[in-house]
Write a protein that binds this ligand. Structure first.
Ligand code: ADE
Length: 289
C-alpha cells in the first residue's frame, strides 16, 4: 500500500515512522510520502488560503494551490516527484527475522484490491468534521486499497470546487474521526492511517487479535487481564484459568455484550443476538463467572 499526505505541516506526520506503521514501512508493506503543500503555493508569500466568499470568520484553502498539488501527486510529477518516502524511525530487523521464521509472508509488493468493483480511481481521503463518520468497517475496506492520498485541510477547510473537480480522477471520501473539531486534518490522518495500515495483510502479527478487536463483531471488546493472578488483592477472573477454551470464549462474549450495553447501547440494535446473549443482558452478568 502507498499513502500520500498533502499538508502544510509535514512534521505532524513523523509519528507514522514509529511502532507498527514504521515496521510496515521497513518491511516494504507500506510506503508513505508526505508532501509540503507550500511547494505548490506561488509567490514569495506562498499563501495557501484566502477569506471565505460571502464573508465570515476564518480562511479557506485555495483551489489554485490544491488543484495542481493533487494533479502532481496523482501523476508523480512536479514537486511530488521529488518526495522521498518516510523511513522507519527504528530498525526492526530482529523482529522481521522472527516474523519470517514464524511464516509471515515475504516483503510484499503493494498488494491491494480496487475500491468499488471496476473503479480504478485511487482513494482521496479528506478529513473534516463535516465528513461522514470514519468507522472500523471503512478501515477494513480501505486496508485493501493499493493507494490512498490524504488531503489535510486547515482553517475553515478546502474550497469545495477542489473536491468536486478531483472526483473525476479520485474516489473522494470526506470523513470525520469524531464529533469534535481539531485545528486541522493532520491528527485525523494519523488516526486513520494507523487504523487502516494495521489491517493491511501481514502488518499485524497475530491475525486473531484484530478479528477480536472492538467493533469487528459490532461489540466493544471486554476487559483483559495478565499475570499475576492476584494484584493488590484483586483477582483476575477464575474462568480465565479454567483451561476450558469454550467457557473462556463464552465469558469473553458475555463481557463484550455487557460492556457494550453499558457504554454504547445503540450498537446492540444492529446485532443478531441469540437467546443466550439476551439472557446475559437481562441478568446483567455472565453465567461463566
Ligand atoms: N478536522 C478537524 N476536525 C476533524 C475531525 N473531527 N475529523 C476529521 N478531520 C477533522
Amino acid at each position: 500500500m502507498r499513502l500520500d499526505v498533502l499538508t502544510i505541516f509535514p512534521g505532524y506526520l513523523e509519528p507514522l515512522r514509529q511502532a507498527l506503521v514504521g515496521k510496515a514501512i521497513e518491511q516494504g508493506r507500506l510506503a508513505v510520502h508526505v508532501h509540503d503543500l507550500r511547494a505548490w503555493a506561488p509567490g514569495v508569500h506562498q499563501s495557501v488560503d484566502g477569506p471565505p466568499c460571502g464573508g465570515g470568520p476564518g480562511m479557506v484553502m485555495k483551489p489554485e494551490v490544491w488543484g495542481p498539488a493533487l494533479d502532481d501527486v496523482l501523476a508523480g510529477a512536479g514537486p511530488a516527484a521529488a518526495s522521498a518516502p518516510l523511513t522507519s524511525a527504528a530498525p526492526h530487523a530482529g523482529q522481521l527475522r522472527r516474523d519470517e521464521k514464524a511464516g509471515a509472508p515475504p516483503e510484499s509488493s503493494y498488494a491491494g484490491a480496487a475500491g468499488a468493483a471496476g473503479d480504478d480511481r485511487p482513494l482521496l481521503v479528506v478529513p473534516t468534521p463535516a465528513g461522514r463518520p470514519f468507522t472500523q468497517e471503512l478501515a477494513r475496506r480501505w486496508s485493501l486499497e493499493e493507494r490512498i492520498c490524504f488531503a489535510c485541510g486547515r482553517y475553515e477547510g478546502i474550497d469545495q470546487r477542489v473536491l468536486d473537480d478531483a472526483a473525476a480522477r479520485w474516489r473522494v471520501e470526506e470523513v470525520s474521526i469524531g464529533d469534535y473539531v481539531l485545528i486541522g486534518g493532520e491528527v485525523a490522518v494519523l488516526v486513520i492511517a494507523e487504523a487502516v495500515t494495521r489491517l493491511v495483510p501481514g502488518v499485524l502479527g497475530n491475525r486473531l487479535s484484530h478479528e477480536q478487536d472492538s467493533f469487528s463483531e459490532g461489540l466493544l471488546e471486554g476487559p483483559c487481564y495478565t499475570r499475576p493472578r492476584t494484584w493488590r488483592g484483586r483477582e483476575a477472573p477464575a474462568v480465565l484459568f479454567s483451561g476450558d477454551h469454550a467457557r473462556v470464549d463464552r465469558w469473553r462474549r458475555d463481557q463484550a455484550l455487557l460492556r457494550t450495553a453499558a457504554r454504547r447501547p445503540e450498537l446492540l440494535a444492529g446485532l443478531d443476538l441469540d437467546a443466550r446473549d439476551r439472557a446475559v443482558l437481562e441478568q446483567g452478568e455472565s453465567p461463566e463467572g
